[in-house]
Design a protein around this ligand. Structure first.
Ligand SMILES: C[S@@+](CC[C@H](N)C(=O)[O-])C[C@H]1O[C@@H](n2cnc3c(N)ncnc32)[C@H](O)[C@@H]1O
Length: 358
């Protein structure tokens, strides 16, 4: 949380931390009240902070009673906001309600039963907004978001452009449905990375998956119709044995890359999910650059271990990103919803058709 707040502070020095509403959710403000947060949100959208996952404006705070009356009070407060005029006929919008399950006042203990669910609030408020404005509810691809965060006593409300929130999902929590074919939970990390960085896996193409076992990412790359080389000394899931156009190099990435560079192998996509120090991973990715097609891209995890006190994960991350920036025109890093002690980085050369320099 501290790192994320520092990132925002670097965008606007006047920003102050007001209250930690729940673990991971910080209410921020300015010394003079009623300062517009739009400028900060636009800056964040341009500069893409790594650790700030989601931003939502608080334009009004509504007193709540944890009864059915709250919905009417929230609907009136939304209609009174100057930003309500953003909601025009035909515009796609979503109501994103989050009911805090823990409360700072009770040292983040559970705060008990709610008189309504977030789904119920979304449904009623979205219905009222559509009726009033003609805007169309679109949960997955909204242009405008009505953000609502509720403790038991207060509702924090604001309306903004979805792109200014840094993520289209409530609180940046991007959930994917589990499927029976799924091999590992790591698959969600790759799906979220592709969506966040706006890149796709195109067939026919070639992919190199470093640190592939048990094979979740390999499954996604193959499933997209790519020819995949999966590199890992460990076994792949037996379900991948039937997969066509898949080669398993059962050894270390370092050895594979040395050989692949000598043989001038080229890949459109390189992925890396190996557990190693961020700087070491960056050095390997620089090397792997020799095997990357001019318009290809790399998606890699950069691990931020924090168990050893003498390791400063933030300094390691900065060094890793600096190294990558010296070799790739495009370097974007984000800590995604599915990342824990790691961040996801995308690198490419400026020639990459899918991407523009950041
Ligand atoms: C987190 S798992 C990868 C999960 C995988 N992305 C998936 O979706 O199933 C990390 C893997 O990296 C592999 N690994 C660690 N160091 C490696 C190295 N130097 N070369 C190749 N693989 C390595 C480990 O054997 C382990 O299987």
């Amino acid at each position: 949380m501290d790192v994320a707040f520092d990132e925002l502070k670097r965008l606007d020095r006047r920003l102050q931390s007001v209250e930690l509403l729940s673990p991971g959710i910080l209410l921020c403000g300015y010394p003079q009240e009623m300062q517009d947060s739009t400028v900060l949100m636009r800056l964040a959208q341009e500069q893409r902070p790594i650790f700030v996952r989601h931003l939502a404006p608080v334009q009004v705070i509504v007193c709540l009673s944890n009864t059915g009356d709250d919905i009417g009070a929230l609907a009136l407060a939304i209609a009174d906001l100057p930003t309500f005029t953003l909601l025009e006929a035909g515009q796609r919008f979503a109501v994103q309600t989050r009911l805090l399950q823990t409360d700072a006042k009770t040292t983040f203990a559970s705060i008990g039963k709610r008189a309504y669910s977030s789904g119920y609030v979304n449904q009623l408020l979205a219905g009222a907004v559509t009726e009033e404005t003609g805007a169309v509810e679109s949960v997955k691809k909204p242009q405008i978001v009505i953000s609502l965060l509720c403790t038991l006593e207060k509702g924090y409300l604001g309306i903004s452009l979805a792109k200014d929130n840094l993520s289209d999902w409530p609180g940046g929590a991007r959930h994917f449905a589990q499927t029976s074919e799924q091999i590992s939970r790591a698959e969600f990390k790759l799906l979220e990375a592709l969506e966040t960085f706006g890149v796709s896996l195109a067939a026919p193409g070639t992919a190199l998956d470093l640190g592939a076992a048990p094979g979740g990412w390999t499954r996604l790359l193959s499933g997209a119709g790519m020819n995949v080389v999966a590199v890992d000394p460990a076994k792949l899931d037996p379900r991948l044995a039937r997969q066509a156009h898949l080669e398993h190099y059962r050894g270390y990435a370092e050895a594979y890359l040395e050989d692949a560079i000598k043989r001038h192998r080229r890949f459109d996509v390189i992925t890396n999910d190996m557990r190693m120090d961020a700087r070491e991973a960056a050095r390997l990715l620089v090397e792997a650059g020799a095997c990357l097609s001019p318009d290809g891209f790399i998606i890699s995890m950069l691990k931020l271990p924090h168990a050893t006190p003498e390791i400063d994960p933030q300094r390691n991350l900065r060094e890793a990103l600096r190294l990558l920036s010296r070799h790739y025109g495009i370097v974007q890093a984000r800590q995604l919803f599915h990342n824990r002690q790691e961040v996801t980085v995308l690198t490419a050369r400026p020639l990459s058709k899918q991407l523009k320099p950041s």
